[in-house]
Design a protein around this ligand. Structure first.
Ligand code: GRF
Length: 223
């Protein structure tokens, strides 16, 4: 229990390696996070991240256009699976699909996304390449509430890294990965304590609107 709250039920949607999912599994196993990882959904059967779900005995479903029921869209199948799992929070973690407005609305205020950039900069794909092409001296990761606008919802928290001369997409990604994992754990910790909410389109922490996203410093989030 986190400060008297039951474990936060979290559904995680993935498409790829699932290193962030693995981070959450490890944090639960070590007692760092009080989560009940109630469901993993992947749109790709071969997503390596599904092995993490299998290894931790987390229920998982593969849902894509090829296997959803007759007359049912992929979004409808995902919505139905999520409803069955009753999550408090839905985490999009490298889920490489654009969700329709109905699915987003069904989980409004209860769905967050991880994005590898300092939003609102570099929405969409290839953030590392675009940061390097622009000659930026910093890059980072964000966690934000999901709205109908792609990567456009209110940002809860961010983590920054410097861009070094000679950096490549690969070196930047390798450096950002562990930072993004720490950011995710810190944000989830706030959710387990029910400290973060989306109210009237703004992120609220402990009942007060945030003027700007929280910043990860070390392992802690600061206002
Ligand atoms: C992360 O960088 C996340 O920000 C982005 O996709 C990546 C997922 O990585 N949306 P992984 O599958 O958790 O390793």
């Amino acid at each position: 229990m986190s400060a008297g709250h039951p474990p936060l039920r979290v559904a995680v949607l993935i498409s790829g390696t699932g290193s962030n999912l693995k981070t959450l599994i490890d944090a639960v196993e070590s007692g760092t996070l009080d989560l009940d990882l109630c469901l993993v959904i992947s749109n790709r059967e071969e997503a390596p991240g599904l092995d993490h779900a299998r290894g931790a005995s987390i229920p998982f479903e593969v849902i894509n256009q090829d296997n959803c029921g007759p007359g049912q869209t992929e979004d409808e199948a995902v919505t139905a699976a999520l409803r069955r799992a009753h999550p408090d929070l839905v985490l999009l973690s490298g889920y490489m699909r654009i969700l329709g407005a109905q699915l987003v609305a069904a989980f409004s205020g209860r769905m967050i996304n991880q994005h590898p950039s300092l939003l609102p900069r570099y929405k969409g794909l290839h953030t590392y390449r675009r940061v390097l092409e622009a000659g930026d001296d910093e890059h980072g990761a964000s966690v934000h509430f999901v709205t109908a606008e792609l990567d456009g919802g209110p940002v809860i928290a961010q983590a920054r890294i410097g861009v070094d001369p000679g950096d490549t997409e690969q070196s930047l990604a390798a450096r950002l990965g562990p930072v993004e994992h720490r950011l995710l754990v810190a944000v989830m910790e706030l959710f387990t304590r029910r400290r973060v909410r989306l109210q009237h389109g703004d992120v609220h922490l402990d009942g007060n609107p945030l003027a700007r996203p929280l910043e990860l410093t070390g392992d802690a989030l600061v206002v």
